[in-house]
Design a protein around this ligand. Structure first.
Ligand code: PMP
Ligand code: GLN
Length: 383
C-alpha cells in the first residue's frame, strides 16, 4: 500500500455503520434517511433506464441537468450561470470538492477549513498534498459561532482556498449573513477562492435561511458553489452532485474530473433535473418533518440529562455528554451500542481541536420518528 492510501485509513462512517449492522443498534451515526425521495423522481430514473439513457453522458453532465442547476441557482439565489461552461455535474458533492481541491491547490498550498468539519475535506487536502488550516467554530450559549479574528489569523501567503460548509456538518450551524460577510471580506482582501459545500442548502429550521456565499458582493467571480441531490431529495445513494462558478474554476474542476470518473450515471441525471424543477414543495415538507425530528430527539436527549445545542440546519445535532459519567464522547460512543442499542459519532472524529470537542457527540436525526423515539427512550432509561 502506498503511504497516501495507508494514511487515509477507514472512515468513521464505514466503521460505525458496520457496528450498527453487527449489533442491530439504531444507526444515528451515518447521515442518511431511511425513507426514499419523491416517487415521481424515482419513476423518471426508471423510465430513463428502460428508454435507453444508458451510455456515457457528456463529461460535464447532461444538458438537462446543467440547465436545471442553473435555473435553481437563479431562482433561489439570484445568481446566473451559463450551463455551457459554468456548471459541472459530479459524482456527488464529494467528487466536486475533491476535484476542486486537486484542481486548485499545489502541494504545500493551504486551505482554510472550519473545525470541526466533514472528514472528506482533510482527505482531499491530503491527496493534493495541501495543508488544512483549521478555524475553530466556537461553542457559544446556544450555537456555534465564528470569530473573524480567528479567520484572519489562519491566512498565510500560501493560502489558496477557503472551504466552507453551510448548513454545517457536524455542528448543525447555519452561517449567518455577518459570518459570511467576514468570510467574503477575507477572500476579497487576500484574493482567495471559496469552495462552498451547500449539500444541506434546503434543510434549515425555525425560519433560518441558507445564504449562498457566492451571492455576496464580489464573491460570484471567486466562488465555486457545490451541492448535490442526496440530502435535498433523500436520494443519498444516487450520488449526483454539481459545482457552479466562473468558467475558469469550472474548467479546472472539469479537467481533473476527466480522469477521476469522466462522467456520472446517465439515467439519474435527468431524473435529478426533474426533481430540481418540480419538487420544491416536496422538499419543503421534508424540511418540516426534519425539524420535528430534530425536536423529538432534542427533547428525548434533554430528558436523559444530556445538553443539546440546537441544530439550525442539516441532518445532525450536537449533544454534550459531560454530565453522563462517561470519560469523554469517544468513551460514551464506544459503549452506546451495547448499553443503549444506539450508534452515534464522537465529534472529535471531525476535529483536531482536542478539548473543545471532547464531550460532544453528533447524533443524526434524519431517521424515522419511531426509531428516534426508541433511541431517546433507551438513552433516557435508568442504567
Ligand atoms: N458534504 C457534506 C457536508 C456532507 O455531509 C456530505 C455527506 N452526505 C457530503 C458532502 C457528501 O455528499 P454526496 O453524497 O453528494 O457526495
Ligand atoms: N454525510 C453523511 C454523514 O456525515 C454520510 C457520509 C458518508 O457516508 N461518507 O454522516
Amino acid at each position: 500500500t502506498a503511504r497516501r492510501a495507508a494514511a487515509l485509513g477507514t472512515t468513521v462512517f464505514t466503521e460505525l455503520t458496520e457496528l450498527a449492522q453487527r449489533t442491530g443498534a439504531i444507526n444515528l451515526g451515518q447521515g442518511f434517511p431511511d425513507t426514499d425521495g419523491p416517487r415521481a423522481v424515482i419513476d423518471r430514473a426508471r423510465e430513463a433506464l428502460v428508454t435507453g439513457a444508458n451510455q456515457y453522458p457528456p463529461l460535464a453532465g447532461t444538458p438537462a441537468l446543467r440547465s436545471a442547476v442553473a435555473r435553481q441557482r437563479l431562482r433561489r439565489y439570484g445568481l446566473s450561470y451559463d450551463p455551457a461552461d459554468e456548471v459541472v455535474v459530479t459524482t456527488g458533492a464529494t467528487e466536486a470538492v475533491t476535484a476542486a481541491v486537486l484542481a486548485l491547490c499545489d502541494p504545500g498550498d493551504e486551505i482554510i477549513v472550519f473545525d470541526p468539519c466533514y472528514d472528506a475535506y482533510q482527505a482531499s487536502a491530503d491527496l493534493a498534498g495541501a495543508v488544512c488550516r483549521r478555524v475553530p467554530l466556537r461553542r457559544g450559549v446556544d450555537r456555534f459561532g465564528l470569530d473573524p479574528a480567528d479567520l484572519e489569523r489562519a491566512v498565510s501567503p500560501r493560502t489558496r482556498l477557503v472551504l466552507l460548509n453551510t448548513p454545517h456538518n457536524p455542528t448543525g450551524k447555519v452561517f449567518t449573513r455577518d459570518e459570511l460577510e467576514a468570510v467574503a471580506g477575507l477572500c476579497r482582501r487576500h484574493d482567495l477562492v471559496a469552495v462552498t459545500d451547500e449539500v444541506y442548502e434546503y434543510l434549515t429550521y425555525d425560519g433560518t435561511r441558507h445564504l449562498s456565499l457566492a451571492s455576496l458582493p464580489g464573491m460570484r467571480e471567486r466562488t465555486l458553489s457545490v451541492s448535490s441531490a442526496g440530502k435535498t431529495f433523500s436520494l443519498t445513494g444516487w450520488k449526483v452532485g454539481w459545482a457552479c462558478g466562473p468558467a475558469a474554476l469550472v474548467a479546472a474542476v472539469r479537467s481533473v474530473k476527466q480522469y477521476l470518473t469522466f462522467a456520472g450515471g446517465a439515467p439519474l441525471q435527468d431524473a435529478v433535473a426533474h426533481a430540481l424543477d418540480r419538487e420544491e414543495a416536496w422538499v419543503e415538507r421534508l424540511c418540516g418533518q426534519l425539524q420535528d425530528k430534530r425536536d423529538l430527539l432534542t427533547t428525548g436527549l434533554r430528558r436523559a440529562g444530556i445538553e443539546v445545542i440546537r441544530a439550525e440546519g442539516g441532518y445532525f445535532l450536537q449533544a454534550d455528554v459531560s454530565g453522563t459519567g462517561a470519560a469523554d464522547a469517544a468513551d460514551f460512543c464506544r459503549t452506546l451500542p451495547l448499553r443503549r442499542n444506539v450508534v452515534a459519532i464522537p465529534t472529535s472524529a471531525f476535529s483536531t481541536a482536542g478539548e473543545s470537542c471532547r464531550h460532544l457527540v453528533r447524533f443524526a436525526f434524519c431517521k424515522e420518528r419511531g426509531l428516534l423515539e426508541k433511541a431517546a427512550q433507551s438513552i433516557a432509561a435508568p442504567p
